[in-house]
Design a protein around this ligand. Structure first.
Ligand code: ZN
Length: 245
């Protein structure tokens, strides 16, 4: 396991970067919310990040999911096994997490793009991180209206496109927006950094994703935490403009 990088970007908001994907820890007193959980192979890195913020798995009060792709829910089955921790996401994304349907690039699509050197290296990493599993999270269930009564009090903003029930989480008091894969700032398969959309191969509905970004423009805050890439500081309207350009 490579040790993930943990950065406290605002009071009680800890941004965690593993090799290929990010997650976020929200602390409130001893209690903890985990937003997304990396690949199956990130299980130990998630535990390490919880230790780095001075908490243990017993402090975990809730898990929020931006979307049910393997790089965002992979560690959860092992992490939560035998624990009664609620896993919350949008109603549509809960069904995705149940694997009632699967909106994920197929291995064949990935192989077809593997002539691109970065894609080949990335797909080898995905395989080593357990990314070929189709396992879901059966215990995922829909959240109620926000702000959610979990540490950090995030406000869900449903942003369909990347997946049909993709959800961003806004932390108005902290001035932070967790964008998942609706808007990212980098990816192992692209050289460019800065606000951008995920490559078309990995989008369920790129047009809907573009539409969904409009809802982010007017939110309060100056810190953006994407599912892939570095934290970004600036106005969300600027981030959306750059991603749509
Ligand atoms: Zn992702």
């Amino acid at each position: 396991m490579s040790t993930p990088t943990v950065t406290e970007v605002a009071d009680g908001v800890h941004f965690v970067q593993s090799k290929a994907v990010n997650w976020t820890l929200l602390t409130d007193g001893d209690a903890l919310t985990l937003v997304d959980g990396g690949y199956p192979g990130d299980h130990d890195a998630v535990l390490s990040s919880i230790e780095q913020v001075g908490r243990t798995l017993d402090d975990l009060a809730a898990v929020l999911v931006t979307h049910a792709h393997v790089d965002h829910i992979g560690s959860l089955p092992k992490l939560l096994s035998g624990r009664d921790v609620p896993v919350l996401t949008s109603e549509t994304e809960a069904r995705h997490a149940h694997r009632d349907f699967l909106e994920q690039a197929t291995p064949l699509q990935v192989v077809a793009a593997s002539w691109r050197p970065r894609v080949l290296g990335w797909s080898l990493y995905v395989m080593s991180a357990g990314g070929m599993t189709k396992a879901g999270v059966p215990e995922a269930r829909p959240f109620a209206a926000g702000p959610l009564d979990v540490p950090g009090r995030p406000v869900p903003i449903v942003t369909p496109g990347h997946t049909s029930g993709h959800t961003c989480y806004h932390l108005p008091d902290a001035g932070v927006l967790i964008t998942g894969d609706a808007l990212i700032t980098g990816h192992l398969i692209v050289a460019r950094t800065g606000p951008q959309m995920v490559a078309p191969m990995f989008q369920h509905d790129a047009g809907a994703n573009r539409q969904s970004l409009e809802a982010l423009r007017s939110l309060s805050g100056e810190v953006l935490l994407p599912g892939h890439g570095s934290a970004w500081h600036g106005s969300y309207a600027d981030a959306v403009d750059q991603a749509l350009a």
